[in-house]
Ligand binder design. Structure first.
Ligand code: SF4
Length: 276
């Protein structure tokens, strides 16, 4: 089978940096005899997390009941309250929060208006934004806008990996409702680049494989974008998870979410190229 790799796929700068810092923290903890913890999933990738845990890191969600050590904060950040609970308990905090997410937190905190957060309820980045010390409306779909009073000026911060089509629908509905909203940020450039590169693949292949985890929002967005482009599109999280029907095509496009490691992309590429 011919496999055409997307021009933009896999680890973004924020993820690459977070993974590097987690590995450095594990090494440092080993040398100093301290325990090393990771707060939640450093990035949304089982392959990456399995690697960190097998090297000796432990997952942690609170300092309670744990010996103080080094704790690495995930790429999508944590609330100020959780961060200070670790510092106060004597942990060394390695903050691997992506600069793009830190910027969103700062924009929200510094806004002089009432604020709106646009993103998925319960997503790690949204929990981080909600813990930034600002009371904000949460908008996940155009319907949520009906709870927001008109006649007041708002600032909105968007989840970096949010769905572009849903964001467009929210913006249109907000205009129809006469809501005055200033959008302080947009979808992360890394996510947009991967989406654009996928569109340019579409005319050249029979089907698309998106490598990555279902827990990764931008991976799911790529998968949905592939389907919107009208091609058979498959989300594949492991080399053994390639569905048989993919192997029936003679030319497949391959891309990967921004938390998917190169090793997994390469494993999938080889298996597809072998056609078995
Ligand atoms: S997708 Fe964007 S916001 Fe998320 S970690 Fe990567 S660069 Fe940062």
């Amino acid at each position: 089978m011919r496999v055409v790799l997307s021009d933009a796929y896999g680890f973004c700068g924020g993820v690459r940096d977070a993974v590097r810092r987690a590995h450095e923290a594990i090494r440092e903890a080993r040398e100093t005899g301290l325990p090393c913890y990771v707060y939640g999933d450093i990035v949304h990738s089982k392959a990456v997390m399995d690697g960190l845990l097998s090297e000796g890191a432990e997952r942690i969600v609170s300092p309670d009941g744990h010996l103080p050590g080094i704790v690495v904060i995930r790429a999508h950040g944590i609330t100020d309250g959780i961060r200070s609970s670790f510092t106060m308990a004597g942990f060394t905090v390695i903050d691997a929060t992506c600069p793009v997410v830190l910027r969103s937190q700062r924009l929200l905190r510094d806004s002089g208006r009432r604020t709106i957060i646009i993103g998925m309820r319960g997503h790690s980045e949204i929990l981080t934004l909600q813990g930034s010390g600002r009371e904000s409306y949460l908008v996940e779909s155009p319907d949520d806008l009906s709870a927001i009073p008109a006649g007041i000026a708002y600032d909105a911060v968007v989840q970096t990996t949010f769905s572009l089509p849903v964001l467009q629908m929210i913006k249109e509905k907000a205009m129809q409702l006469g809501l005055e909203i200033r959008y302080l940020n947009g979808i992360c450039p890394a996510s947009s680049e991967r989406r654009k590169a996928l569109s340019s693949l579409a005319g050249r292949v029979e089907a698309i494989v998106v490598a990555g985890d279902r827990a990764s929002r931008n991976t799911v967005e790529l998968w949905q974008e592939g389907k919107r482009l009208g091609l058979p599109c498959f989300l594949v999280s492991s080399v053994d998870g390639i569905p048989d029907e993919v192997l029936a095509f003679s030319c497949v496009g391959l891309t990967a979410g921004s938390s998917c490691p190169d090793t997994l992309v390469e494993g999938i590429r080889r298996r597809l190229a072998d056609g078995r």
